[in-house]
Design a protein around this ligand. Structure first.
Ligand SMILES: Cc1ncc(COP(=O)(O)O)c(C=O)c1O
Length: 360
């Protein structure tokens, strides 16, 4: 990257919590590193860039974000380089910066210049480098987010915003293949809605149907189109891919479809598959096609792609009360090959010939 040039004030914590963390046993999303990055949007510009000890925000009860929901976020991961323990590797952070701005635009929020995102991230991770785990399957989850900060009751875009980055050491998300239910009653979004943006409300809308599915023994939902519930879109925190015979099929994202979050992991997988000469079709996926392919054995694999999970194999699909099991393929699975390659790149064990890795 270019030279770090922004004026970011750093206030260091007087007491690190690092020695209290058991890195062999990390719960997901509950432990936070010592510092956070903050920036305020006021008077039409981003200002007061700072790194401060991790701690609580004070909040006006009329905070616009909690009443009207202008709240967006991102998720990415930092890994310790297995070949050089001093170095931290982050996967495609500029793509998260760009997606944050796509979300901001849809939510009538100000864009954040990429250099604020990148320099804030760089300096924060540099300072909290000790928090990047090196145990198997673990990483430092990075959560950039932006919310409306006006204290005002009234439906209009806020004039002020806060951008923050917090980080959290995490372990493995799913240790077993996942069981997903094809959702045909509820929707998380619809055409013309906010599905392609990473906005807090999308996740709020997904919780009730996801809870119902979990009560039935599923891990996640497979969302279908809101209009007809005939086409598979994506899952809770991942896009999905199906291998039918020797072809990978996945639903299109922006600009073709506005209901699916444009997963950066998915884009990476598609690029690798293209390099490897695997046939890929980005197209609408009828539920019936997947049901038929599961039954006649032409569905070789189904898996999710996302930062939290990297690649999550799907073992069962529930449809209209019927539980379909995806038969195990013999030999090396494509999903395993992809996962090993991506994770290898993320941890410095496979050469990054794509320029996807940002080094600190
Ligand atoms: C709804 C949704 N879809 C897909 C993904 C996967 O996206 P990415 O690969 O960029 O993490 C996520 C996670 O960010 C998500 O929340």
């Amino acid at each position: 990257m270019e030279e770090l040039a922004l004026d970011i004030k750093i206030e260091k914590t007087s007491k690190s919590n690092l020695d209290q963390v058991d890195f062999d046993n990390i719960p997901f999303g509950k432990i936070f590193s010592d510092h956070m990055f903050l920036a305020d949007y006021k008077d039409g510009k981003w200002q007061d860039l700072r790194i401060v000890p991790y701690g609580e925000f004070s909040m006006n009860p009329a905070l616009s974000a909690i009443h009207y929901g202008q709240s967006i976020f991102e998720g990415l991961k930092a890994f310790r380089n297995r070949q050089n323990q001093e170095e931290v590797l982050i996967f495609r952070p500029q793509d998260n910066a760009a997606r944050l701005n796509a979300s901001a635009k849809r939510m009538c929020m100000p864009e954040l210049p990429e250099n604020i995102f990148m320099e804030g991230l760089h300096k924060l991770i540099e300072l909290d480098k000790g928090w990047v785990p090196n145990t198997e399957g673990s990483s430092l989850y990075i959560r950039p987010f932006m919310f409306a900060a006006d204290a005002f009751l009234g439906l209009k875009p806020s004039d002020t915003y806060t951008f923050a980055i917090i980080t959290s050491p995490v372990g493995i998300y799913y240790s077993n293949p996942v069981k997903v239910k094809i959702e045909k009653e509820y929707s998380r979004t619809c055409h013309g809605g906010t599905g392609y943006a990473k906005v807090a409300g999308n996740y709020a809308a997904s919780m009730y149907p996801a809870k119902l599915a979990q009560a039935e023994g599923y891990d996640q939902l497979l969302w279908t189109d809101a209009a007809e519930h005939k086409y598979i879109e994506e899952s809770g925190t991942m896009n999905v891919m199906f291998q039918i015979n020797d072809t990978i099929v996945t639903a299109p994202t922006m600009p073709e479809e506005d209901t699916i979050l444009r997963s950066i992991t998915r884009l990476s997988v598609l690029e690798l598959l293209s390099d490897w000469g695997v046939k890929v079709e980005e197209r609408k996926i009828p539920v019936q096609e997947i049901v038929d392919a599961t039954k006649d054995g032409s569905l070789k694999e189904a898996f999710g792609t996302g930062t939290a999970v990297t690649i999550a194999p799907i073992s069962h699909i529930g449809n209209d009360g019927e539980l379909l099991e995806i038969a195990e393929v013999e030999g090396e699975k494509l999903s395993t090959k992809i996962k090993q390659h991506l994770q290898g790149m993320q941890m410095g064990e496979v050469e990054d010939n794509k320029g996807w890795i940002y080094r600190i």
